[in-house]
Design a protein around this ligand. Structure first.
Ligand code: SF4
Length: 396
């Protein structure tokens, strides 16, 4: 079955951060159709390519001729790029090294790709598909590829990885006595590899004490709604009342001075600004889709035509006409322009891009931005404090 045709369990491993934080969300989501963003479509394609590379290089399942033929098919897909192949090669190398290391200690170690794992003993009807499972004497290792380039995802305490691990223990503990579980998340586009290791005993305790009770609530559609970062991929996110109430709570904030905000009050607003912006954007997109595609009327709002730009119906005909009128090619055609860095990297690949162009690319200092104190980037000095330091130096 292709990756994109897979059905997700109600209590899916990939959605576990959400349902473990907000147990009623899976049942609420059932009312809304699943939709796939462009990023998600690209991610699915990258996973299919990754599976093919691993199957062709780390297993004996594919004849070399079939492997090559299928790789050519991947390369014809418009979603394919040289840089994608390189990112997936990096992932393949890390998985290959892990597999070889296990084989050194246990010659019977084996690798499973795109393995369906059932953890329904802890979460009703719970199952999910792990990208890679490595089985060896004493150790189970789960590896997950994430192709997005948003934020690095930590494997430490990650419920998705732990649910896969529970499923793997459930399935393979007949073969070996496991005492350790390793979990690795690889995000090649962010250069991020995050690992966690726990004992099987700790994992089973987590399953009993943290998963079981919450999963029972989630399956029944009960428990408390709770909004947060985990709302990002919830299908109910635009119309969820709890999320709206939490975001609107700020509007009821009681400010000390009726006319001017204090710095402390601005800090409180900044804390919520990101969540508010995301929420407002989700509502705008949802309302537009409902009005445009489902005929919904929102009181006081109407569907109108947006701005558009003029465009040529036939560029060749435009050029021919202007030539006939005596215009030179400099007037008719734009000068050739070099591709931007991201596109060029996609075209020639990350490695060759670095080999040929590393001395011709600079990264200017970014514009100052406000970040939480917990952000790992070092703090910049403000223009005002730089001026003060300068004045102090002159006076001293
Ligand atoms: S939007 Fe957030 S709070 Fe609402 S159901 Fe989904 S996860 Fe829960």
């Amino acid at each position: 079955m292709g990756h994109s045709e897979r059905a997700h369990a109600l209590l899916s491993a990939s959605g576990s951060k959400r349902w473990m934080n907000c147990p009623p969300s899976p049942r609420l989501e059932e009312q809304f159709p699943e939709s796939k963003s462009e990023d998600a479509i690209l991610g699915t394609f990258a996973h299919e390519l990754a599976e093919h590379l691993l199957r062709g290089n780390l297993t004996t399942e594919l004849k070399p001729s079939i492997y090559k033929k299928k790789l050519i098919e991947f390369q014809k897909n418009p979603l394919y790029s040289q840089s994608m192949l390189e990112y997936i090669e990096q992932y393949k190398t890390i998985v290959g090294e892990k597999y070889l290391t296990l084989k050194k200690d246990c010659k019977d170690a084996f690798i499973l790709l795109e393995q369906e794992l059932n953890y329904s003993s802890w979460a009703q009807d719970g199952s999910g598909t792990a990208d890679v499972v490595l089985i060896s004497e004493g150790v189970i290792e789960i590896v997950d590829l994430k192709y997005g380039q948003g934020v690095p995802v930590s494997a430490v305490g990650n419920p998705q990885m732990r649910l896969y691990a529970l499923g793997a223990i459930n399935e393979y503990s007949m073969l070996y006595d496991f005492d350790k579980v390793r979990m690795t998340i690889i995000q090649p586009r962010l250069d991020s590899v995050s690992e966690d290791e726990i004992t099987v005993q700790e994992l089973l305790e987590w399953g009993e004490t943290e998963v079981k009770p919450v999963a029972a609530l989630a399956f029944a559609g009960e428990g408390e709604y709770k909004s947060g970062d985990h709302c990002q991929f919830c299908r109910a996110k635009a119309v969820c009342r709890k999320r709206a109430e939490d975001n609107l709570e700020m509007a009821r904030y009681e400010f000390q001075n009726p006319n001017i905000l204090t710095h402390d009050e601005i800090a409180v607003i900044l804390e919520q600004a990101d969540a508010l912006q995301k929420w407002a954007k989700d509502i705008q997109e949802y309302a537009l889709d409902q009005a445009e595609n489902h005929g919904v009327k929102f009181p006081g709002w109407k569907l109108v035509e947006g701005r558009s730009n003029r465009k040529y119906t036939d560029k060749e005909a435009v050029a021919t006409k202007l030539k006939e009128e005596g215009y030179s090619t400099e007037v008719i055609y734009q000068p050739q322009e070099i591709w931007g860095i991201t596109d060029m990297e996609k075209k020639i690949g990350k490695k060759l891009f670095a080999d040929y162009l590393k001395d011709l690319v600079i990264k200017p200092a970014g514009k100052a931005t406000l970040a939480k104190e917990s952000d790992p980037r070092p703090e910049l000095s403000s223009v005002a404090s730089a001026v003060k330091d300068f004045d102090d130096d002159i006076l001293s």
